[in-house]
Ligand binder design. Sequence first.
Ligand SMILES: NC(=O)c1ccc[n+]([C@@H]2O[C@H](COP(=O)([O-])OP(=O)(O)OC[C@H]3O[C@@H](n4cnc5c(N)ncnc54)[C@H](OP(=O)(O)O)[C@@H]3O)[C@@H](O)[C@H]2O)c1
Length: 429
Amino acid sequence: MAKDIYVGLLGFGTVGTGVVRVLQENAEDIAQKAGARIHIKKVLVRDITKKREYLEKVELTNRPEDIMDDPEISIVIELLGGLHPSRELMLQAMEKGKQVVTANKDVVAQFGHDLFDMAEKHNVAFRFEASVGGGIPIITPLKECLTGNRISDIMGIVNGTTNYMLTKMAEDGSDYNAVLKEAQRLGYAEANPAADVEGMDAARKAAILASIAFNTRIQLDQVSVEGITNIEPADINYANQLGYVIKLLAVAKDYGDRGVNVRVHPVFLPSSHPLASVKDVFNAIFLRGNAIGDAMFYGRGAGSLPTASAVVADVISEARDIVNDQSSPIGCTCYNKRPFCPLEDTESSYYVRLHVKDEPGVLGAIATAFGDSNVSLKSVIQTRMVGTNAEIVAVTHVVKHSHLQKAADILSSLAVVDKIRSVIRVEAE
Ligand SMILES: NC(=O)c1ccc[n+]([C@@H]2O[C@H](COP(=O)([O-])OP(=O)(O)OC[C@H]3O[C@@H](n4cnc5c(N)ncnc54)[C@H](OP(=O)(O)O)[C@@H]3O)[C@@H](O)[C@H]2O)c1
């Protein structure tokens, strides 16, 4: 006879509802796979009077202690969102000996260390597969299936909103503000889209991925972040002409003795790269390991059921551990203390778009500014007139970021340069 396992659910919104639905609809199979029947016993919400779907078999409460103090509840799923009280409730649940599952990248990126310490102290499991890439399996693959590798590179499209916007800008030729409005109308972007378009959402996921891939703790404030707010249709057009697409990537690279670097920024990506074909709200994580070589994980990075898919998988893993009396869950895997390689010391080639005065000698002055900064140029195209200015696009060879910055400083100070419109890294060539 299968055992009964009782779960306390914190939050009954988009993902919480999906979790209840998946656990109900797939109950028979899940019981076989887990070796136990999994019941959502109590659900914490703010407003217990609100009309909701999937309410038949759950008991709503607005008092966290109803879940924390219930000895029958052995697994707590946190789906409230935000830092507080999510962090405190997860810590409390662990103190009470409950296993914890969350989809909350904010808490994992910022307080993962506290949560792992508490989980270890009380010998409970802490799982967070859905916190990066929604329904795409990536945390467990990194911690288990790929753990025999040394991972050297990760490049991820981990924010569906910005990937949708960049896809639409490329396909329809629309500008940033128009696609943002459309994304908001479709419910892909929040009324306040800052966390998505300015790159912080991707930065949190980058910090989590890099910490696990490189086995060293990456703090959120170490991640350099640039969003997509400055991308103009002109950049999308040049990318297309030159054989690239523009994507917002979370990039984590191992530079050996120099340490690891983690960053989020738009990139020019060759249109033949597997990540270039990841469109709309889809997410994908591309990585390189010294045994597996290149691998890519692709799928839906958000949404009620896709995200519930990852949460429920974590719950089933924890239920199996309970059924099998396994008391040594995989804890924190950050056993290294790697140095952080500053952004200035990283290298890549760059696309630079400038507006300059339309007069003789300008190209020479620009070439000198790059040359004096140790930046060699692969190609320079003078393309079109924009008002009274000429537009010039340069693509550099692989150079140090600090050298490119020096060139940009010199260029900005030249009287013939009206404005540097864009500087975008070229990755994966
Ligand atoms: N949505 C996605 O596609 C997605 C994808 C990946 C990860 N995630 C993560 O999953 C988590 C949940 O996201 P969501 O989209 O499901 O959020 P949501 O729709 O806003 O739902 C949040 C739920 O938590 C409850 N809640 C919030 N604060 C509370 C508090 N202080 N006390 C009691 N109840 C509280 C709300 O109660 P009421 O219903 O009474 O308001 C609601 O039921 C977040 O960490 C998010 O980052 C979401």
